[in-house]
Ligand binder design. Structure first.
Ligand SMILES: [Zn+2]
Length: 80
């Protein structure tokens, strides 16, 4: 394994386990571009189905665990 930045062989590879509670939210760009008009329109046309879905839909929240290997160069500190 060579450092991508400085080419040093002195690279430490570590496995990082990330655990995060992830709630699905749309990003701010989504809301700026689409969210503010899409939701009212959807509600307007689909009020009743949306209500039913809103009542029965499970919460969009899940525990997400992902393993990530991270390499850290011991010479220059570059991470990737
Ligand atoms: Zn390096």
């Amino acid at each position: 394994m060579k450092c991508k930045k400085c080419g040093s062989e002195n690279v430490n590879v570590q496995v990082v386990t990330e655990t995060k509670l992830k709630t699905k939210h749309h990003g701010i760009i989504y809301w700026l571009l689409i969210g503010w008009w899409l939701k009212p329109i959807l509600w307007f046309f689909l009020t009743i189905p949306m209500l039913i879905i809103a009542i029965f839909r499970p919460k969009k929240q899940k525990l997400k665990q992902k393993q990530k290997s991270m390499s850290v160069c011991q010479s220059c500190g570059y991470k990737w």
